[in-house]
Design a protein around this ligand. Structure first.
Ligand SMILES: Cc1ncc(COP(=O)(O)O)c(C=O)c1O
Length: 423
């Protein structure tokens, strides 16, 4: 009997939910990954903004090994020190008091926010959450209902009730959409899957003011943009440094460098009155015993990895590096003056290159973003498409200038060639 190839194993046994690239990766170190033939790639996707410290960072590997040899899992019926420490670190990072709940993924963190909105609004008959065009909030039923992109919803009706979508960065449309049933507003300060679209400072200020005026909760989905990627722990503060504070924030992806972990933080603000007119106390205590939970969330192992990732970002001064390298990449890309580039978008190391229409071979009906991603892959660089015409650069936060220069040289060659009809 012959041993099946990985391609054959995937074809025969793995559900076909992903449009995968024809690439099998076997090893990673820092900003590099290698395929099964030994070919090396510069990884500017980092697992879609997950591996903020790069692949197999020694501190992460050690934390996993040490904790795995000590205590991997206990149930959430008991306390564990690292969950408490990680919660405290996140509360410090946000800097507004409040408390944290741990889960396993981004979609699951957002599910917690949806439940929080409903619990908050229940005494006054409010349950609706407003989200924004081109957003992405995950693949659970709640997540696809919250996501304002038709393509994720097709075939899954009936969706979860109570989500309304309005155009992004459009305060007038948002104000018009607020109804007596509205409980919360959920937005990504920088939209990741929808094409790297930052919220404007004016929009964030306006949304906060509308939430205050109508007593709505303001939720930030920082699953892709948060925890250092923009050069600030909190992506919204890279847009407005002061005066716009959320009522809850969700994270996943970069929080534990690839070890599955999600979290959401909830503010201390007053939760208002219950049906009997009694004060419900702080919002961060509203989801009380029996209201929410998960088996794995905040285990000793994932919490220790999360703590290690956050402390390594601090020790290695990676927020500063993300700002510096992000600026360098962005300004270098802009100064290349390439016909293939419509604009460079984003903040810090969450960058999007929006492509112009590129000449394509007649047989190739794929989007400009997909074509460019494949071209770059052939040349030894991994990026992530975002929407139809944007490629995302989401390298590890510890990239050095030599990595950035190598990426710029590959991008320059591929983008130049793509705009040349003769190539
Ligand atoms: C902004 C945002 N929210 C939610 C999610 C869902 O996270 P997960 O895939 O961990 O469920 C993602 C994933 O891409 C995301 O980018």
């Amino acid at each position: 009997m012959t041993t099946p190839t990985t391609t054959e194993l995937f074809r025969d046994f793995v559900m076909p939910t992903y449009g995968r690239f024809d690439l099998e990766l076997v090893r990673g170190e820092g900003t590099r990954v290698w395929d099964e033939t030994g070919k090396e790639y510069l990884d500017f996707g980092a697992g879609i903004a997950v591996c903020s410290l790069g692949h197999c960072h020694p501190a992460v590997t050690k934390a996993i090994a040490d904790q795995a040899a000590t205590l991997i899992h206990i149930s959430n019926l008991y306390r564990n020190r690292s969950q408490g420490e990680l919660a405290r670190r996140i509360v410090e990072i946000v800097g507004l008091g409040g408390k944290v709940f741990f889960c396993n993924s981004g979609a699951e963190a957002n599910e917690g926010l949806y439940k929080l909105a409903r619990k908050f609004g229940a005494p006054t008959g409010r349950y609706e959450i407003i989200t924004f065009a081109n957003s992405f909030h995950g693949r659970t039923l709640g997540g696809i209902s919250a996501t304002a992109q038709e393509k994720v919803k097709i075939g899954f009706a009936p969706l979860v009730e109570g989500f309304k979508h309005v155009p992004f960065n459009d305060l007038a449309a948002l104000e018009a959409a607020i109804a007596p049933t509205t409980a919360a507003i959920l937005l990504e300060p920088i939209q990741g899957e929808g094409g790297i679209n930052p919220a404007t400072a004016e929009f964030l200020r306006g949304v906060r003011a509308l939430c205050d005026r109508h007593n709505l909760l303001l939720f930030f989905d920082e699953i892709q943009c948060g925890l250092g990627r923009t050069g600030d722990w909190c992506a919204w503060r890279s847009i407005v440094s002061q005066g716009v504070e959320p009522d809850a924030v969700s994270w996943a992806k970069g929080i534990a460098n690839g070890y599955p972990l999600g979290a959401f933080w909830v503010a201390e603000r007053d939760a208002g009155l219950d049906d009997e007119g009694t004060d419900r106390g702080p919002l961060c205590n509203l989801l009380g015993p029996g209201t929410h939970g998960t088996t794995y969330g905040g285990s000793p192992l994932c919490s220790m990895v999360g703590l290690t990732v956050l402390s390594t970002i601090e020790q290695e001064r990676l927020l500063e590096n993300a700002r510096k390298m992000g600026f360098y990449l962005r300004s270098s890309l802009e100064s290349l003056n390439l016909a293939a580039i419509r604009q460079v978008k984003g903040i810090g190391l969450m960058l999007g290159i929006e492509l112009n229409d590129l000449p394509a071979k007649e047989s190739d009906s794929s989007t400009p973003a997909l074509r460019m991603t494949k071209e770059l892959m052939r040349e030894g660089m991994l990026v992530i498409p975002s929407g139809e015409r944007t490629i995302r650069l989401l390298p590890p936060l510890n990239i050095i200038k030599a990595d950035a220069d190598e990426a710029l040289s590959i991008l320059n060659a591929c983008l130049r060639a793509s705009a040349d009809p003769e190539s």
